[in-house]
Write a protein that binds this ligand. Structure first.
Ligand code: GLN
Length: 429
């Protein structure tokens, strides 16, 4: 039963509901499986949460339901959001609808594939270090990571709290803006949520907008064909009246290490709750507690999750905390300072979303080479600033993404510039 899912985009399909009234009336939406849905299984792509049914909705889910959206299902993802291919899912990989021998990106790969394949109009994803923007780039759709705090994280199952945000994914900038509008209302249940609802319809006028092009976004490790399509996209923005400014972000050198040290540390603490008693895979309680916990976590967590819990625990351990975790926070501060400096000179920063096109299935079996592919997306999470990925030209038939990063709470300008670029691609010129 249910609908055909040739790309394995969904972990759970929902019963069709009655149509509600509101700004999303009749719009189908897919929800990433780390966002809590009342009465609907929520697994985070993990065995350890198999059979878990949340008793409440995430704030963002309540908002889309209140506006009449129809939830079609819960989408596949890298386990707990750890990855950029959706291959780290306990429920099998998702395939890229553009080329099924390739990954859809991750960790919100199921949401990206479902939107790209036209199975849904909208999707919610989450972005800790690029997980909305990466699948958007690889599948040829639009995805936005909002400013940290703009969307309540209430009901989002935590991976790395200080970095992650829920955000919209769709085939057009207009739909992304509408969905952001719906989910960005204030919520007192997330102490990091800020009362700044987004309320702006996209306007393609970008006359006089200054766009910085950091050399690090076009340098080592970035496929020159991807860099070339992004340069062409930026030229289109110049034709629309934007000005470009060459610049540099020296903190990029340490951004990836700072990101991975921070996210693994936070994950090691967040994932402590999965002991088989409070959540998941309840086992034989007559065993000694440490043996029982060990067995449950060994069985319930995949390889990448276990790797990160161990590395994160190490980075936080006494004697090493100063050497790793604290150092990462200093590097994070440098990334923030770099953005602050650049945003006194420019209004937006542009570059590729991902350094390459979508990987082949199985290509990123070495974890380090997978981590390296996040180099262009993690800076926005470390600083908490908003960033969008909007489809550029294809490279050999595969999508690429133009990434636009803005000042805190300046989603308006990010969205307007993405919209201006999208208009130029629509004219077919
Ligand atoms: N690929 C990054 C990671 O594995 C980002 C994932 C995400 O944004 N959830 O941590």
């Amino acid at each position: 039963m249910g609908f055909p899912d040739p790309y394995n985009a969904f972990i759970t399909q929902c019963e069709p509901e009655k149509k509600g009234e509101g700004r999303l009336s009749g719009y189908t939406i897919a929800i990433k499986d780390n966002i809590s849905t009342r009465g609907i299984p929520t697994t985070c792509g993990s065995r350890i949460l198999e059979g878990y049914i949340p008793p409440y909705n995430a704030f963002a889910v309540d908002r889309v339901l209140a506006e009449g959206a129809i939830i079609v299902g819960k989408t596949n993802m890298d386990e707990f959001g750890m990855g950029n291919t959706t291959e780290n899912s306990a429920y099998g990989p998702t395939l890229n609808p553009v080329d099924t021998s390739r990954v859809p990106g991750g960790s919100s790969g199921g949401s990206g594939a479902a939107v790209a394949a036209g199975m849904v109009r909208l999707a919610l994803g989450t972005d800790t270090g690029g997980s909305i923007r990466c699948p958007a780039a690889f599948c040829g759709i639009v995805g936005l990571k909002p400013t940290y705090g703009r969307v309540s994280r209430y009901g989002l199952i935590a991976y790395a709290n200080s970095l992650e945000q829920i955000g919209p994914m769709a085939r057009s900038v207009e739909d992304v803006a509408l969905l952001l509008n719906v989910i960005s209302a204030y919520d007192s249940r997330d102490s990091t949520a800020v009362p700044k609802p987004y309320d702006h319809a996209p306007d393609p006028n970008i006359q006089g907008v200054r766009i910085g092009l950091p050399e690090e976004f076009f340098g080592e490790g970035v496929d020159h064909r991807v860099a070339a399509t992004v340069y062409r996209a930026v030229e289109r923005l110049e034709e629309q009246g934007a000005e470009t400014v060459p610049c540099s972000m020296p903190s990029m050198q340490y951004a990836l290490s700072a990101y991975y040290t921070t996210c693994m540390s936070e994950a090691s603490s967040n994932l402590g709750r999965y002991d088989g008693v409070r959540y998941g895979l309840a086992d034989d309680f007559r065993k000694h507690w440490h043996q029982a916990f060990q067995e449950v976590r060994q069985k319930g967590f995949g390889k990448e999750v276990r790797r990160r819990v161990m590395l994160g625990t190490f980075a936080l351990s006494s004697g090493y905390y100063g050497k790793y975790y604290l150092k990462a926070q200093t590097a994070r501060e440098n990334v923030r300072a770099d953005f602050a400096r650049l945003f006194t000179m420019v209004d937006l920063i542009a570059g590729p979303t991902m350094p390459t096109v979508a990987f082949r299935l199985g290509e990123k079996s070495d974890p380090l080479s997978s981590y390296l592919a996040d180099i262009l997306t993690v800076p926005a999470n470390l600083a908490g600033v908003p960033a969008i990925s909007v489809p550029c030209e294809n490279v050999h038939g595969l999508p690429t993404g133009l990434q636009l990063i803005g000042r805190y709470y300046d989603e308006e300008r990010v969205i307007d510039a993405a919209y201006a670029y999208e208009q130029t691609t629509k004219k077919g010129g």
